[in-house]
Design a protein around this ligand. Structure first.
Ligand code: SF4
Ligand code: SF4
Length: 411
């Protein structure tokens, strides 16, 4: 274990390969002009919902200065230079021009819950009041045949224009009979394919919709898979985590409103602005990791002193997500902040590979797959039992997925 810990420290104290945040003046100038034209054309369209963002901001007692602070922070979060701030502010007002259809498949509705979580609404939350959510069976009032009708009308009326949000995995075993919708008994698979056909882009929300999540955990009796395993030839954005952070959902929509395209994605189709960060690199317990101060068992002195949770199973070193920065529940806290290690919920196969209370170095499992960062592969090579063949396959898969992500960028 001591040898292992030395090697763990050696790999995980290396600087993580950062996402490229500066694309050069020419790139930003061209994106700026494109975004300006995009916002102008949205402004000329009729709003789909007669709600004004600035009215809502006023009625919630948020002053202009606080709103502009949020705009600056959001512009930086989207990895855009400050010159985009006025356009980001304008995009918030034009959210009501973009139709969103939200469907739920094999899920617990946790991502929808996350959307509704706030005690005092933040600007992020308020944007969902402005957004034209054309269909969301959990949040809307109508049900049964009325709900079916509303959905059909929305996809017909906004053909080629709507963002399709998908929450939940898709059960494929037994001809998809583990999940059906409505009186017609349409399977989740058929439903997803029909709804995604005319979408401008498909956004898979939560780890079930992205990588299969908990329903796909071994032995996966329903044959659950994620959206990207089935939907092809279409821009797909994955926003994994259990639940997905609403700030990341807002970021994807805002980016689309602003630019008319999905944000830059990693090899697993996750937006780099949110998943280009490794939990471990922004963790408040990181100094204790570097100093070799670990919680050895729950409730010990280390736990009382907020030392690093690696030895009790924290998977922050191999997990990519911005939760250590954005946090949950109105930014109040996050798992490591309350003394529980990260279980890697935004990585593929997280339930089988990460969600247990042992450090990765002592687990008889293969290296985590996916991710854009060099250190993930180094970790696999240096510490685990992955074979050279396994790593090779992963590298090839990453390149292929990376190409797919590039193709998906323009929509
Ligand atoms: S608690 Fe987890 S994420 Fe934080 S420093 Fe330790 S291993 Fe890294
Ligand atoms: S800390 Fe880890 S387990 Fe918790 S939400 Fe973030 S990625 Fe998921």
């Amino acid at each position: 274990m001591n040898d292992n810990m030395e090697r763990v420290r050696e790999v995980f104290t290396q600087k993580s390969t950062r996402v490229d945040t500066n694309k050069g003046e020419e790139f930003y100038n061209s994106l700026f002009e494109k975004s300006k034209a995009r916002l102008q054309s949205l402004r000329e369209q009729e709003p789909l919902k007669d709600i004004d963002m600035m009215d809502i901001i006023d009625s919630e007692g948020i002053n202009r200065r606080d709103f502009m602070k949020w705009v600056s922070a959001t512009t930086a979060t989207l990895m855009l230079p400050p010159m985009f701030a006025p356009l980001v502010a304008e995009a918030t007002e034009l959210m009501n021009r973009v139709p969103v259809v939200w469907i739920e498949l094999q899920d617990c509705a946790g991502n929808s819950e996350a959307l509704l979580r706030s005690s005092a609404p933040t600007v992020d939350d308020l944007l969902f009041d402005v957004l034209s959510l054309e269909f969301h069976e959990t949040l809307q009032a109508c049900a049964g045949h009325d709900a079916d009708k509303q959905l059909e009308e929305a996809v017909h009326l906004y053909k080629g224009k709507y963002l399709l949000f998908v929450e939940g995995a898709i059960p494929m075993a037994n001809n998809g009979q583990y999940g059906t919708i409505g009186a017609s008994g349409e399977t989740f698979y058929e439903h997803l394919m029909r709804m995604s056909k005319d979408a401008a882009a498909v956004v898979a929300v939560g780890t079930c919709a992205t990588f299969g999540g908990v329903p796909a955990a071994s032995p996966n009796p329903t044959g659950a898979v994620g959206v990207m395993d089935l939907v092809k030839g279409k821009a797909i954005v994955n926003i994994p985590a259990c639940p997905a952070n609403p700030a990341n959902m807002v970021g994807v929509i805002l980016h689309y409103v602003l630019t008319g395209q999905v944000p830059e994605l990693d090899s697993l189709l996750r937006p780099k602005f949110a998943f280009g960060y490794r939990i471990h690199d922004n963790c408040e317990r990181r100094a204790h990791f570097d100093a070799g101060e670990f919680v050895e068992e729950w409730g010990d002195e280390g736990a009382k002193n907020n030392w690093c949770l690696y030895k009790v199973g924290c998977k922050g070193p191999m997990t990519f997500n911005n939760c250590s920065i954005v946090r949950y529940n109105d930014g109040v806290n996050w798992p490591v902040g309350v003394g529980r290690g990260c279980i890697g919920c935004s990585e593929p196969d997280f339930w089988d590979k990460y969600a247990y209370e042992r450090p990765m170095a002592t687990a008889r499992i293969k290296a985590p797959t996916g991710g854009v960062e060099k250190t993930v592969d180094q970790f696999g090579l240096g510490l685990l039992t992955a074979t050279a063949v396994g790593i090779g396959v992963h590298a090839i898969a990453s390149v292929v997925a990376g190409k797919k992500a590039d193709e998906n960028k323009e929509i």
